[in-house]
Design a binder for this molecule. Structure first.
Ligand code: 13P
Length: 248
């Protein structure tokens, strides 16, 4: 039985002043939930997450990581630096990084390896654009994105990742994949994980992301292969985020 996981992706939002009540609210409300829960904040606020979330049931993480361990890579943040601030998770390959920063499947895979080597759990994002879906290429696109990561990890390592299926056309648009549409892709991703390792197929959590809100979370997470959510907009309000955690 996979324990549900709900992760907030704040994206480039927040301030010290605004984060404090949000983090406190989430920490207070998450206690009673029977699901795992985390927030992925902008890097400058990870110290604040550590300060306000340490000792609570809420974990925290980053939204990106360098594939390099250290050195002359101006502006980059390494996995060991994230570990210094108590992170458990890091998102890799979010579609916004793929689209706006030209991240390839191979680079995303290297970032996942860097994260795992430092002891972080990578949340590997995959997802198709509207054009790709309409051209009938969804399976091909998401399986290539996942395959690049599987190629660099052994079976045991694969069991330690989290996968997030985020159809690009559903992100920030208010359009959600129907539970059946999402389940179909999740089942395919699980089969692909299973081919790599039976343990990974059974144990890896596959989150859905893309306009998940309090009013659609329960139905999405009731699907066999949907093990939680990666939440953008709704993670910026404690009440909405907690409602999704409760649904999980
Ligand atoms: P929204 O929940 O705002 O659609 O964002 C989803 C997302 O991109 C999470 O990573």
């Amino acid at each position: 039985m996979r324990r549900k996981l709900v992760v907030g992706n704040w994206k480039m939002n927040g301030s010290l002043a605004a984060n404090a009540p949000l983090l406190k609210g989430v920490a207070e409300g998450a206690g009673a939930a029977g699901a795992d829960c985390a927030v992925c904040a902008p890097a400058p606020y990870l110290a604040q997450c550590q300060q306000l979330l340490a000792g609570t049931p809420v974990a925290w993480g980053a939204q990106d990581v360098s594939r390099h361990a250290s050195g002359a890579y101006t502006g980059e943040v390494s996995a060991s630096m994230l570990m210094d601030f108590g992170c458990s998770y890091v998102i890799v390959g979010h579609s916004e990084r793929r689209a706006y920063h030209g991240e390839s499947n191979e680079l995303v895979a290297q970032k996942a390896v860097a994260a795992m080597s430092a002891g972080l759990t990578p949340i590997v994002c995959v997802g198709e654009t509207l054009e790709e879906r309409e051209a009938g290429r969804t399976t091909q696109v998401v399986s290539a994105q996942l395959e690049a990561v599987l190629a660099l990890l052994d079976g045991q390592q694969v069991s330690g990742i989290v996968v997030a299926y985020e159809p690009v056309w559903a992100i920030g648009t208010g359009k959600t994949a129907t539970p059946a549409m999402a389940q179909e892709v999740h089942a395919q991703l699980r089969m692909q994980l299973k081919e790599k390792s039976a343990d990974a197929g059974a144990g890896v959590r596959i989150l859905y992301g893309g306009s998940m809100k309090p009013d659609n979370a329960r139905e999405l997470m009731a699907q066999t292969d949907i093990d939680g959510g990666l939440i953008g907009g709704a993670s910026l309000k404690a009440a909405d985020f907690l409602a999704i955690v409760q649904a999980a």
